[in-house]
Design a protein around this ligand. Structure first.
Ligand code: CP
Length: 306
């Protein structure tokens, strides 16, 4: 593994190796993340062409805990605004001796383009591209599920909400399939659930009660309004009424079901505060695990050469 561009196609052993490696960075109470010298002398460039709170910050923390030098390019103040192309930006940052690019971009495939054009010793990590893939979110979600549920082989996992625009949903579904989860459900209105999921063995449910009944894991997704326009935009209040996760709806899932969300959450739309802040929510542990998972990804790919 030279770059991490997608979860799709990664074998089960590789996924478990990344999760196991992440575990080695966490302390016994799973709250603290150790500092190690694995990336000392390396320069990691964070290039976020789209907004981010969790991913950008945890990549920065992760790279610093690996002892790398971290450079956060402020895209809004960069020469991108003067018309400099993506590949010219990459060429110039490479001339500053970048060893790794962490890239979020609104265009699906942008990290692939960068990986194709940068020098063989430079690594690229996809931090979310368009609606295509968000592999480190998928991995931290799998770490969270494995942490709380131990094993994937008995699990019913419901992914609920705006699936069609969600790179997280796509990455989670690929990872869950590879890791052997026997029942994956995609739950949402017809307009927001892609039809081709059935071909991937995913059970599509337009009825919320059917979708979350007896689930072990519920992954809630927000409406990605920034990827919709005009007639596509659903009404937030209608969506909340039908698919918003309330304590009453959560009671349909298994009593020990965990509730996940990649964030940012929209309280009162896809998730009630009583659920987001409740005893079954693991939304904040997901964020903490993200540091160790991103350390694992960066340290593993940095150790491999083309
Ligand atoms: N989950 C996630 O990607 O959050 P951010 O957009 O804040 O990074």
């Amino acid at each position: 593994l030279i770059h991490l561009l997608s979860i799709e196609g990664l074998p089960r052993e590789v996924l478990h190796h990344i999760l196991d490696t992440a575990g080695t960075f966490l302390s016994v109470n799973d709250r603290e993340v150790k500092k190690v010298p694995l990336l000392r002398g390396k320069s990691v460039f964070n290039l976020f062409f789209e907004n981010s709170t969790r991913t950008r910050t945890t990549f920065e923390i992760a790279a610093k805990r690996l002892s790398a030098d971290v450079i956060n390019l402020d895209i809004a103040r960069s020469s991108t605004a003067k018309g400099e192309s993506l590949l010219d930006t990459i060429a110039n940052l490479s001339a500053m001796h970048a060893d790794m690019f962490v890239v979020r971009h609104g265009e699906s495939g942008a990290p692939y383009l960068i990986a194709k054009h940068c020098a063989p010793h430079v690594h690229v990590v996809n931090a979310g591209d368009g609606r295509h893939s968000h592999p480190t979110q998928g991995l931290l979600d799998m770490y969270t599920i494995r942490h709380f549920k131990k094993d994937f082989h008995q699990l019913t996992v419901a992914v609920v909400g705006d699936i069609v625009h969600s790179r997280v949903a796509r990455s989670d579904i690929h990872a869950l399939t590879t890791l052997g989860a026997p029942e994956i459900r995609a739950v949402g209105p017809k307009t927001l659930v892609p039809g081709d999921l059935k071909e991937m063995g995913v059970r599509v449910c337009h009825d919320m009660a059917e979708g979350i009944r007896d689930a072990d894991v519920i992954i809630m997704l927000r409406l990605q309004n920034e990827r919709m326009s005009g007639a596509m935009l659903p009404s937030a209040s209608e969506f909340a009424k039908t698919y918003g996760l309330t304590p009453e709806k959560l009671a349909l899932a298994k009593p020990d079901a965990i509730v996940m969300h990649p964030g940012p959450i929209n309280r009162g739309v896809e998730i009630d505060s009583a659920v987001a802040d409740g005893g079954q929510s693991v939304i904040l542990p997901q964020v903490t695990f993200g540091i160790a998972v991103r350390m694992a990804v960066m340290s593993i790919i940095a150790g491999n050469v083309a």
